[in-house]
Design a protein around this ligand. Structure first.
Ligand SMILES: [Cu+2]
Length: 420
């Protein structure tokens, strides 16, 4: 990430230059022009393309909507209780290019953006509208793209979708080719991250993260869902930073506390960036460390202390979990399910899965043990800091939760099937 600091400076300077020239200083309204929509110079075949409409928008995010820990009975840390809500930027799905009607979100996804899904052999065409005041993008993992649809800003010659200006839109076209899908020995579908990638890790920290699901057509239902699965969940294990310090300031404060040459170089770089994008650090290393600790939100899908709702399934269902992690050196996570066992990536039976930043794994379970169970990160500090949730397996004897594909599979409520 240190190496990205100069890139962030370049991105920030480019943005400032564009603003100064008035080129990109559009109001955050819908503008008509869209320089995207092609894949290596050609429009993808409409009958093989799933269309999505995703806006990035500011939203006040509540890490603890219940206001308390209803699962483990832990007291909320004072800093969390006093500061439950923060302004985030989120990917929000709309029904069409007018960006007027939102697609209802899935509660269990929490802060994650809409699930974008398809089958190997298809294209995803995702029209992105930036309704924030900073340049953003959608950078996908796992799919095939040309330079314009990479959605990442760096030199030389960033693509047209590398940094979408406030108020502007860009249609990314991603091919789900053979290499996007699972190998024969892997589970029938894969989960891939997407996230904003203009400047720094700060964009994921703002909440700009989502999931792409790609299914093997040989193991898919006609609607594209994996045929050997009855229900899906996605969980992102990530520590959000609400210290207000920002990576740049934190780096500079850390560097200021030691005097070696490497760190002097680092602080010079950080201050260089900071003068363009943030005020230079004015607090001590100790104060910085204190603020950073108080600002930590040890979250599953942006919820802490058992506040992630919607992890419900019915007895006997075959349930697939897409496990994700993002973040920094502290973001090594070990999700552990009570009450059930899982198969990790189709090869290993376990009840704990190891994740590192940007890990993307699949865990399959059969819901054979009705009850209300704990899902938590097994790293002690993370568990104590609130990285846990409850999941429920409804017994055969009760009605349970909706089994329809629109409810049981992620991103299916509004999935735009290939249209002629
Ligand atoms: Cu953890």
């Amino acid at each position: 990430m240190k190496r990205l600091l100069p890139l962030f400076a370049v991105a920030a300077l480019a943005w400032i230059a564009l603003r100064t020239l008035g080129v990109a200083a559009q109001p955050a309204a819908v503008v008509a022009e869209d320089p995207g929509g092609t894949f290596f110079g050609r429009k993808p075949e409409p009958q093989k393309t799933r269309r999505y409409f995703v806006a990035a928008e500011p939203e006040t995010w509540d890490y603890v909507p219940a206001g308390k820990d209803e699962v483990c009975g832990l007291a909320l840390p004072a800093a969390v209780a006093a500061n439950r809500e923060n302004l985030k930027l989120r990917y929000v799905q709309y029904t069409d290019a007018t960006f007027t009607t939102k697609v209802a979100g899935t509660p269990s996804l929490g802060i994650l953006g809409p699930v974008l899904r398809g089958v190997v052999g298809e294209f995803l065409a995702v029209t992105f509208l930036n309704r924030t005041n900073q340049p953003l993008s959608m950078h996908p993992h796992g799919v095939k793209y040309d330079k314009d649809s990479e959605g990442a800003f760096y030199q030389p010659a960033p693509g047209k979708g590398a940094a979408v200006a406030p108020g502007a839109r860009f249609t990314y076209v991603w091919q789900l080719d053979e290499n996007s899908g699972p190998l024969p020995g892997e589970p029938s579908s894969k989960g891939w991250l997407y996230h904003s990638h203009v400047g720094s890790d700060g964009e994921a920290n703002l909440g700009l993260v989502g999931l792409i699901i790609v299914t093997d057509p040989r193991r898919a239902r006609p609607d594209g869902t994996p045929a050997d699965v009855d229900r899906e969940f996605a969980t992102l294990f990530m520590i959000f930073d609400e210290s207000g310090q920002g990576t740049t300031v934190q780096d500079a404060a850390a560097a200021a506390s030691s005097g070696d040459a490497v760190n002097n170089l680092l602080i010079a770089t950080a201050q260089n960036v900071a003068k363009d994008v943030a005020p230079p650090p004015k607090i001590s290393f100790e104060k910085n460390a204190e603020l950073v600790e108080q600002g930590q939100r040890l979250a599953i899908n942006g919820r802490v202390f058992g506040n992630l709702s919607g992890l419900e399934m019915n007895e006997g269902e075959r349930v697939r979990w897409y496990l994700l992690a993002l973040g920094s050196e502290q973001d090594f996570h070990t999700p552990h399910w009570h009450g059930v066992r899982v198969v990790e990536n189709g090869v290993r039976r376990t009840d704990v899965v190891e994740l590192l930043p940007a890990s993307m794994k699949v865990a399959d379970l059969v819901a054979d043990n009705p009850g209300s169970w704990l899902l938590h990160c097994h790293v002690d500090e993370h568990m104590a800091g609130g990285m846990f949730a409850r999941f429920v397996i409804h017994s055969h004897e009760v009605v349970g939760v909706d089994r329809s594909p629109a409810r049981a599979f992620l991103g299916m409520a509004a999935v735009a099937s290939p249209k002629p």
